[in-house]
Every structure is written in structure tokens, then in C-alpha cells.
Write a protein that binds this ligand. Structure first.
Ligand SMILES: Cc1cc2nc3c(=O)[nH]c(=O)nc-3n(C[C@H](O)[C@H](O)[C@H](O)COP(=O)(O)OP(=O)(O)OC[C@H]3O[C@@H](n4cnc5c(N)ncnc54)[C@H](O)[C@@H]3O)c2cc1C
Length: 401
């Protein structure tokens, strides 16, 4: 048995042993607060068992293993429906960025460990009302204030901000230079005076995204994670990490096996749906697509392990996976028929077709909209001419708003 196989077996055995305490059935019917508390206990147990920070360096509390081990564990973990969603962004982007760009800060190790054990949560404060797809258009500003900074502005769609202790944030520190050049990257204490978090309810019924207002929030210069005016580069690194951390060939919807089970039970013209050519074709196309995406992710992980930068093909992942999840969920709902489509506020996007379908549109926006990803594919993979950029090179404060 290879080392990877041995790790997969060990991980699966551990997940199976804790599933009755933390898994899908244990979570059914819990309030968000109770589920989060269960999630914190799960994260601590995962740390103690040696399955947290699988591919992180040991000096940061990780296991020092490879990216392939991490993908193997993540896939198994997803199937058990563990309460790990609260930590996905925290451990996915802000903390890896902290390890990379804040490693000179004395407090960084303590924060990383606390996040890895689920004691603290970090959010990612990038998007704003006027800066989403075009992140460099953001307007939250940080001005020099004594030895530090004073920040004012508004962020939008910040996942889990209401439960976060800290966040990474990009703010404009110089409006007199072109938009990409006047940004600086900081971390912020979400409990600091002047921070106001207001949850937003989504169509699927949950409120994990928020508006966050900053009113003269004080930052020390030690909270700066990039040279002044060079925050866009650190933000791009964060987004590159996101392309590969946030991958699931099922588009964060149900596994294909669940659709096959449904097609065996449901009927078309009084015959099992699985015998229908269109259903078989949908299953085959979906299977091939998922296998292709998994191969792209595996290749990118192996490149990273070899010290290389993966290419822009990561943009394909979310675009293709979430679109096909939406289509497959729609087909599944057609097969189920109206009798089984009651809305269940506790259902998971990984196991309930209606919930998967209802939440799919947010997946086509979060982490980069379909259109933005299509632009990246057109320009970076296909080498087509650049999108029209009328504000290129113009000082930010001279761009009409
Ligand atoms: C569930 C959810 C969770 C999120 N979590 C976070 C988070 O934790 N932190 C965070 O910072 N952000 C988060 N976001 C925000 C997300 O990153 C942005 O919504 C996304 O980048 C799009 O930005 P926008 O909403 O400002 O839309 P806009 O950029 O205003 O886009 C509006 C429409 O115009 C299209 N469009 C824009 N530019 C172009 C172009 N050049 N060519 C063609 N079409 C274009 C877009 O595709 C879209 O359809 C989250 C969003 C969602 C839905």
C-alpha cells in the first residue's frame, strides 16, 4: 500500500469513528450557534488526531504532508457532512496568507494555531458595493493616523464575518495613483471599536454573508501585511490560493452517486429512469466532467508540491463544476416531482437536490462570477485580446464614479 493509500485509509477510519458525534445526522436540526460550537469541537478533535493543516509546515502546527493527502482527506470529510464550513475561508485563505506574508510578526504563530484548532475564525474582507469583480475599484480607505492607520468604508458579502475574530482586508491608501497601485493589505480585529457587522439573509434561508462597516477603525502599522501601495499583489495571491483551495468537482453539490441512486428509484414512462437514454447521457457527461476537473486539480497540486506555480486553468474548476451542479440539480428535481420538493431549512447542499439548486446561483458569483472566470479563460488560457479597460493608468481619484 502506498503512503497516500495508507493515509487515506487512516483518515477514513478516523472520520468513521467520529461521524456519530459530528457528522450529518448529529447536526440535523441544530441552530447555527450550536452547529458552530459542534464545529469548533470537531476542529479541535481533528487537530488532536493529526488531520488539521495536513499540507501545512510542521512549524506552523501542520502535518507537513503533501497536497494529495489533503485532497484525499477533504473528499472523505465532505462525504460525512462534518461541520467544517465555518473554517473553510479562515483556514483556506487568510491563514495561509498570514503564514506567507506575516511570518515576521511575533503574534502570527499563536493566531495560526488558534485558527487551526477552531478557537478563532478569520474572514476575507475584499468585496465592496463598488469593488467586486473589479477588486481594484474598492473605496474603503485607510489614512495615516499617528504611528498607525485609520480605516473607513464598507465591505459586502463577507462570509462568516459575524463569527469572525479577525479578517484580512484590502484598503485604498493612495487615491492619487492608478487603481491597482494605491492599495494596501492589512489584518483587522473584528471586535475593534468602529466595526459593525450586519448579516444578510440569502434565498436559501441562511445568513452567512454580511455587510461590514468601518468607522474610523484604528490599525497599528504592525497590522499592515504588504508594503504600502502593494496590497493588490497580496490580494491576487489570496485569490490564486482560493482557486485551488475552494475546489470540489461536484461544485459543492451532491455527489454523482446520489443522482444514480435517484435515477434507479424514479420512473419515466413507468420504467426506471436509469434506463432512459437522456438520463444515462447526463450521468456519463457529468462523470467525465468531474473526472476531468479532478485531474486538473491533482496536476495543479503536484505542480505546487514540486515548487511550481499552477497555471490559470484553475479558473475552469468552479465555472464548470457549479454550472453542471445547477443543471444536474434541476434534472434531479424534475425526476423527484413536486411531492418531494418541500423546503427543508436544515438540508445540506451536498445531499438535498432542491437545496443544492436553490443555492447554486450564489456559487456562480462567490469567489469570482462566471463572466469574470470566462474573461480569465479567454485571456490567460486562450490568449484572446484583453477585455476593454477604460480606466487603465488613470489616477483613481480621476475615474468618474
Ligand atoms: C455566497 C457569497 C459569499 C461571498 N463571500 C465573500 C467573502 O467572504 N469575501 C469577499 O470579499 N467577497 C465575498 N463574496 C463576494 C464575491 O466575491 C463577489 O460577489 C463577486 O466577486 C462579484 O462581485 P459583485 O457582487 O460586486 O458583482 P459585480 O462585480 O458588480 O458584477 C455584476 C455582474 O456583472 C458581471 N461583470 C462584472 N465585470 C464584468 C466584466 N469585466 N465582463 C463581463 N461581465 C462582468 C458579473 O459577472 C456579474 O454578473 C461572496 C459572494 C457570495 C455570493
Amino acid at each position: 500500500m502506498s503512503d497516500l493509500e495508507a493515509f487515506r485509509t487512516r483518515g477514513h477510519a478516523w472520520l468513521e469513528s467520529v461521524a456519530p458525534t459530528f457528522g450529518r445526522d448529529a447536526r440535523t436540526g441544530l441552530s447555527v450557534e450550536d452547529d458552530l460550537a459542534l464545529g469548533r469541537r470537531y476542529q479541535a478533535a481533528k487537530f488532536d488526531a493529526g488531520f488539521a493543516g495536513i499540507n501545512w509546515p510542521t512549524e506552523w502546527g501542520g502535518q507537513g504532508l503533501g497536497h494529495l493527502e489533503k485532497i484525499a482527506f477533504d473528499a472523505a470529510e465532505m462525504n460525512f457532512g462534518m461541520p467544517n464550513g465555518y473554517f473553510g475561508i479562515s483556514l483556506g485563505m487568510p491563514i495561509p496568507v498570514l503564514m506567507r506574508f506575516g511570518s515576521d510578526k511575533a503574534w502570527a504563530k499563536e493566531r495560526v494555531l488558534a485558527a487551526l484548532k477552531g478557537e478563532e475564525i478569520w474572514c476575507q474582507l475584499f468585496s465592496e458595493p463598488s469593488g467586486g469583480s473589479d477588486l481594484a475599484a474598492l473605496r474603503t480607505r485607510a489614512e495615516p493616523d499617528g504611528n498607525g492607520w485609520k480605516m473607513t468604508g464598507q465591505k459586502l458579502w463577507t462570509s462568516w464575518a459575524q463569527y469572525s475574530d479577525y479578517g484580512v482586508i484590502v484598503a485604498r491608501t493612495d487615491p492619487t495613483v492608478p487603481k491597482h497601485k494605491g492599495l494596501t493589505y492589512f489584518w483587522v480585529d473584528m471586535k475593534a471599536p468602529g466595526v459593525d457587522v450586519r448579516p444578510i439573509k440569502l434565498a436559501g434561508g441562511d445568513s452567512h454573508v454580511n455587510e461590514v462597516f468601518f468607522d474610523d477603525v484604528k490599525l497599528t502599522d504592525d497590522q499592515r501585511m504588504s508594503p504600502v501601495g502593494e496590497g493588490f499583489g497580496v490580494a491576487l495571491t489570496t485569490l490564486m490560493i482560493e482557486r485551488y483551495v475552494a475546489t470540489d468537482s461536484a461544485g459543492f453539490g451532491p455527489p454523482i452517486e446520489l443522482f444514480v441512486d435517484l435515477a434507479r428509484e424514479a420512473e419515466i414512462n413507468e420504467r426506471p429512469a436509469i434506463e432512459d437514454g437522456r438520463i444515462r447521457s447526463a450521468i456519463a457527461r457529468n462523470y467525465a466532467m468531474r473526472a476531468g476537473l479532478e485531474a486538473i486539480t491533482r496536476r495543479a497540486m503536484m505542480m505546487m508540491e514540486a515548487g511550481m506555480q499552477p497555471g490559470p486553468e484553475g479558473s475552469l474548476n468552479k465555472l464548470v463544476a457549479v454550472r453542471s451542479r445547477q443543471k444536474l440539480s434541476e434534472l434531479a428535481m424534475d425526476l423527484v416531482g413536486t411531492s418531494d420538493l418541500a423546503f427543508d431549512p436544515h438540508a445540506s447542499t451536498k445531499s438535498d437536490w432542491a437545496t443544492s439548486w436553490l443555492n447554486a446561483p450564489t456559487g456562480r458569483i462567490a469567489g469570482g462570477s462566471d463572466e469574470t472566470l470566462l474573461n480569465t479563460i479567454a485571456e490567460k488560457i486562450l490568449g484572446l485580446p484583453q477585455d476593454h479597460r477604460p480606466d487603465k493608468g488613470i489616477p483613481f481619484n480621476q475615474i468618474p464614479a
